[in-house]
Each structure stands twice: as structure tokens, then as C-alpha cells.
Ligand binder design. Structure first.
Ligand SMILES: CC(C)(COP(=O)(O)OP(=O)(O)OC[C@H]1O[C@@H](n2cnc3c(N)ncnc32)[C@H](O)[C@@H]1OP(=O)(O)O)[C@@H](O)C(=O)NCCC(=O)NCCS
Length: 221
């Protein structure tokens, strides 16, 4: 797995982000509600003197021409994993760099591993030996239990939580207050609806709803 940042706590991650020696301009991609929230979180995580300064919020569409400046770093602020994956791929293909944001109120265990481009919003919890693959988004008060794995581009909405040893595939979406039980697996691109409790494995490309969660047939057909 590609972990560009191996943390011994989020402060070390921030130190690594700041280590390149010259001022970076932070560009937030996606000018929606989450983009505006991220603006505040970036200012909290990168105060004056940190080496990063917020520059602008912009929209970017898959067909837009795009050339990043050498002093720019980007974060893609959308809660839709498939859109985020497309935009991150476009930015990286153009030579752009994705910023990792770990809000100072988060708890990140010293043994957890945080992949590049993670966005950890206020009060997110990452437990011991948890692994976040690149470009994971953890919104406010979301939790990732010990030894769990969040696949690339996974999104945990506010208060969503994953118990110990659970594994989310790539591009999994969890709505607000959604839950995955210990050691259960959620397949690639599946969605756990707001408030749903996944007490069993969820196959890939599925929508799971309710408590206990049931898979809605034909959602992706
Ligand atoms: C996962 C989610 C995004 C899927 O949305 P969607 O693609 O628009 O799917 P729909 O809402 O059309 O739901 C599909 C089916 O599942 C059902 N369903 C969705 N959520 C449900 C729930 N929580 N409980 C019971 N049924 C539910 C719908 O009634 C629908 O059933 P139908 O086909 O018989 O009409 C949506 O269910 C959800 O959780 N939204 C909340 C997102 C959220 O928390 N955002 C936080 C932003 S900060």
C-alpha cells in the first residue's frame, strides 16, 4: 500500500507537510458547502508561519484544462467518492500535489497510518493500528476503530464510525451516523446510508440501508 505519511501522531504529519521550505498556496477544489467548511479547517490546521497559506476555492470539471503552479497544493472537498477520485486523478496527472489536512482537534493514534491526501475534519478519531489509504475523507466526529482499514477515497460523513478490524473498500461512502460492526467488510464503491448499521459484510457496489442494514437490490443496475 502507498502510505506517504507514517504518523506517530498528527503533529508529525503536519511537520512533514511543512518540510519543503517555501510557502505553499492551498487551493480548495469544489466550491460547495464542504469546500467552505474545509476553508476554516485549513486555516486551523495551517496557522501563520506553517508554510501554507489559503489561496482560493475553485471549481474543476473533468473536461477543464488544468495546469497547477509549482507553489500550489490542492485539496478536493467533495463527499462523493467517485467524483473525488476523478478530480484527484486529474490533478495528479497534471503534476499537482494533494494536501493532507489533519485538524488539530483530531485524535490520531501513534501507530495509525495515514495515506497522502487525507482530510481529517474536527474531532475525527483514528485508533491504534488503523490504516487510511490515500485520499480518505473523515468528516466531523467520525471514527475509525483500531486495526480497521479505510480504502482509497472512502468518505465517512459526520458521526459515521467503523469499529475495530472493519475494512472498507475503495470509494466506499458512509452517510451521517452510519456504522460498520467489528471485523466486517464493505465492498468497493458501496454506500452505507445515513443511520444504517452494517452488522454483516456488505458486497461491492451495494447500497445498505436501515438497522440492521439490508442491501437494496438493483441499486447500481
Ligand atoms: C447513500 C445515499 C446517498 C444514497 O442516496 P441515493 O443514491 O439518492 O439513493 P435513494 O435515496 O434514492 O435511495 C435508494 C433506495 O434506498 C432507500 N433508502 C435510502 N436511505 C434509506 C434509509 N436510511 N432507510 C431506509 N431506506 C432508505 C430509498 O427509499 C430508496 O428506496 P426505493 O428505491 O424503494 O425508493 C443516501 O441513502 C444517504 O445516506 N444520504 C445521506 C447522505 C449524508 O449523510 N450526507 C452527509 C453529508 S455531510
Amino acid at each position: 500500500m502507498d502510505f506517504s505519511i507514517l504518523t506517530s501522531g498528527h503533529r508529525q504529519a503536519l511537520t512533514l507537510d511543512h518540510s519543503e521550505g517555501f510557502m505553499k498556496k492551498v487551493v480548495i477544489v469544489c466550491n460547495g458547502g464542504f469546500g467552505r467548511e474545509m476553508r476554516t479547517y485549513v486555516e486551523d490546521a495551517f496557522p501563520e508561519g506553517s508554510g501554507h497559506v489559503l489561496d482560493r476555492i475553485m471549481d474543476l470539471f473533468p473536461d477543464d484544462s488544468f495546469t497547477p503552479a509549482p507553489d500550489e497544493v490542492f485539496l478536493v472537498a467533495t463527499g462523493e467518492p467517485s467524483i473525488k477520485a476523478k478530480l484527484v486523478t486529474k490533478i495528479e496527472a497534471a503534476g499537482g500535489t494533494l494536501l493532507t489536512v489533519i485538524h488539530p482537534t483530531c485524535y490520531v493514534a501513534s501507530t495509525a497510518r495515514i495515506g497522502r491526501g487525507a482530510l481529517l475534519c474536527p474531532f475525527a478519531f483514528v485508533g491504534p493500528h488503523a490504516e487510511l489509504e490515500p485520499h480518505v475523507t473523515m468528516n466531523v466526529h467520525s471514527g475509525c476503530g483500531h486495526d480497521s482499514v479505510l480504502g482509497s477515497f472512502a468518505v465517512l460523513s459526520p458521526y459515521a464510525s467503523v469499529s475495530g478490524g472493519a475494512v472498507l473498500g475503495e470509494e466506499v461512502f458512509m452517510g451521517t451516523h452510519a456504522y460498520v460492526a467489528p471485523n466486517k467488510k464493505v465492498g468497493t464503491r458501496s454506500k452505507i446510508s445515513a443511520g444504517a448499521f452494517a452488522l454483516e459484510d456488505v458486497p461491492e457496489n451495494s447500497l445498505a440501508v436501515g438497522n440492521p442494514a439490508r442491501v437494496m437490490k438493483g441499486y447500481f443496475d
